[in-house]
Design a protein around this ligand. Structure first.
Ligand code: SIN
Ligand code: MN
Length: 213
């Protein structure tokens, strides 16, 4: 297996795309960790928003649970099944710290949200703003790692009406946005089914976002 050649692209001030950040071996390790999380009792579920709409992704939160009805973090999954959120596997937290450092940031992740997209999966434009105001103001980044099928990422500005840039997040890519980019709008327009590395055998796309509450 060949090591990935990683390329570092600044998409905007404070937003860095680390293309092929994870080698095939590292992607497999991440995938195995996600599989173990998914097999635990507090595994994947489909979040239901306060509007009553079902999200188009399955989700699993570690460290703290993100409640889709209140948009708040909590220790147990009160909007799902009352189970405690699982701990963030240290092997995954280490990868998040590494991607942040490579992008000129530091993070001590205490939240990991894994989104699992099927062929019809998508995520509307939104801002990640449910973390503590102090952390957001300090510009502590969101670190995103993608595994499996490619997802068409939309990256906008600080206002919903700002122009949006679209690019594919591929298996093994990391995307880090902090500092002046921390509150930019973003989402996933669509998934390209069957584009993930065949040898990984990922059923769809996993995206891991590491956050510091
Ligand atoms: C997110 O914004 O929470 C996830 C983005 C992605 O799936 O790449
Ligand atoms: Mn987000």
């Amino acid at each position: 297996m060949t090591a990935a050649i990683s390329a570092h692209t600044e998409i905007a001030d404070g937003a860095v795309l680390l293309r092929s950040w994870l080698s095939s071996v590292a992607q497999r390790e991440v995938l195995e960790a996600v599989r173990r999380l998914g097999e635990s009792e507090a595994g994947f579920y489909t979040p239901v928003l306060r509007s009553g709409a079902r999200m188009r992704v399955r989700m699993l939160c570690c460290g703290h649970h993100w409640n889709a009805r209140t948009y708040r973090y909590e220790s147990i999954r009160t909007d799902v099944d009352g189970l405690p959120a699982q701990a963030i596997p240290e092997s995954l937290a280490t990868r998040a710290r590494g991607a942040a450092a490579a992008s000129g940031f530091a993070i001590n992740p205490d939240v990991l949200i894994v989104n699992w997209y099927g062929a019809e999966g998508r995520l509307g434009l939104h801002v990640d703003k449910d973390e503590r105001p102090e952390t957001i103001e300090a510009g502590v980044p969101i670190v995103s790692i993608s595994i499996g099928d490619s997802g068409l990422f939309e990256f906008g500005g600080l206002r919903r009406r700002d122009p949006v840039r679209r690019f594919w997040l591929e298996s093994g890519d990391a995307f880090v946005f902090g500092g002046p980019a921390r509150l930019r709008y973003h989402g996933i327009a669509r998934i390209a089914p069957g584009t993930g590395p065949a040898e990984l055998g990922v059923p769809g796309r996993y995206n891991l976002t590491f956050r510091q509450y």
